[in-house]
Design a protein around this ligand. Structure first.
Ligand SMILES: *Cc1c(COP(=O)(O)O)cnc(C)c1O
Length: 376
């Protein structure tokens, strides 16, 4: 059994993917080939945003946006305490200071009440200027953008939606990557829409920002890449990856997003009352980057993980460490007491195998094994 079965997906789409890649080889336009622009246009249309700027990975996507906004020393950027390292890493990378915010115990996304308290704390300290909030669409579930937008307006913050795990998710029919001022996603193979290597993208309705981001991703180009008007980076999506993603986006739209939600319903129906199951609030559609359950204690979680391991069921812990406890952020001096929820989650969460190709019998075997363990 696979945690995320990329092989089954390749076998199903082998002809289309092989053809797409062969075409790139035959045309030999490996960098910025026509497939890249075409894929960007398709993505922008799907998400419902005017511009899509693809790039080398989801981390670059985030730091390109912070660079375009001129975020740096003296600026405070608010990020959830329970996320993948990259969300906070990019803040320090551009020279700004990440301010960690505890998360909601039900959705695991940034806690909007605590966000406002942290903003007020920063204002009172007079050391940093609040500039940006980076909500994360954790495990495929959109953050609470209605509340975040109100807070951002009140304190004059920019919103950068980190939809690395959220591609395909919806709130009231509006798609992930269309929230906030600018949004980013990742095409790392295990994400909801993954390529066969690294890849990422930025989404915005702002024409000026789109031009600036296009320049920054290719050495600060002006008229062309040998006319350099600013300092940028080299962060492009390979033509081969764009060609593969084009095939995979069709599969994602036509059945994968539905199928992964069917897996969610089946898991939930078999695990309800046994362990704490993921809750998707009304009006939300998750793209289920992860299906994460919560156990009673760290001991129970760790024992369940090894029990499932002996049965050949792979599980992973997203995440074992909060952001404020990462060694790289130790110098920022944060208190565990400010982060009770994210501290607790690190002890109790367990992510089960989750992908659109998980069969009913696999789900039944996994849930049966969990029930066996719990009732022991
Ligand atoms: C994966 C991920 C990223 C980084 O994406 P890469 O393509 O691996 O650089 C950023 N934020 C979150 C929340 C992620 O899960």
């Amino acid at each position: 059994m696979q945690f995320r079965d990329l092989k089954s997906q390749y076998e199903k789409y082998k002809n289309e993917i092989d053809n797409a890649v062969q075409n790139v080889f035959a045309e030999s336009s490996f960098i910025s080939g026509p497939q890249v622009k075409a894929f960007e246009q398709r993505l922008a249309d799907y998400v419902g945003v005017k511009h899509c700027i693809s790039c080398a990975n989801g981390t670059d996507a985030l730091s390109l946006v912070l660079t375009a906004w001129n975020i740096g020393k003296g600026d405070a950027v608010f990020v959830p305490d329970f996320t993948f390292f990259a969300t906070a890493e990019v803040v320090s990378f551009v020279g700004a200071t990440p301010i960690f915010v505890d998360v909601d115990p039900v959705t695991f996304n940034i806690d909007t009440n605590k966000l406002e308290l942290k903003i007020q704390e920063v204002i009172e300290l007079h050391e940093l200027i609040p500039k940006v909030v980076i909500p994360v669409d954790l495990f495929g579930l959109l953050a609470d953008y209605e509340k975040i937008e109100k807070i951002a307006k009140k304190y004059n913050l920019l919103i950068l939606e980190d939809a690395a795990q959220g591609f395909g998710a919806e709130y009231k029919g509006r798609k992930a990557c269309s929230f906030g001022d600018i949004a980013t996603t990742s095409f790392f193979p295990a994400k909801p829409l993954g390529c066969y290597g690294d890849g990422g993208a930025i989404f915005t309705n702002n024409d000026e920002m789109a031009l600036l981001l296009e320049s920054l991703r290719v050495h600060g180009k002006g008229e062309d890449k040998y006319d350099n008007v600013r300092i940028g980076v080299n962060s492009r999506l390979d033509t081969i990856q764009a060609a593969i993603l084009d095939v995979k986006l069709t599969a994602f739209i036509s059945h994968e997003l539905d199928d992964v939600n069917k897996v969610y319903f089946k898991y939930n129906s078999l695990l309800d009352g046994i362990v704490e199951i993921p809750i998707i609030p009304q009006n939300y559609l998750s793209s289920f980057a992860q299906y994460t359950i919560k156990l009673k204690s760290q001991k129970q979680r760790d024992e369940l993980k090894s029990y499932l391991g002996t049965k050949g069921i792979p599980t992973l812990i997203y995440y074992t460490k909060t952001m404020h406890n990462q060694t790289a952020f130790k110098h920022l001096i944060n208190n565990d007491e400010d982060y009770p929820v994210s501290m607790d989650l690190c002890k109790k969460v367990l992510s089960l195998p989750m992908h659109p190709y998980l069969s009913d019998s696999e789900i039944e075997f996994i849930t049966k094994s969990i029930i066996e363990f719990i009732s022991k």
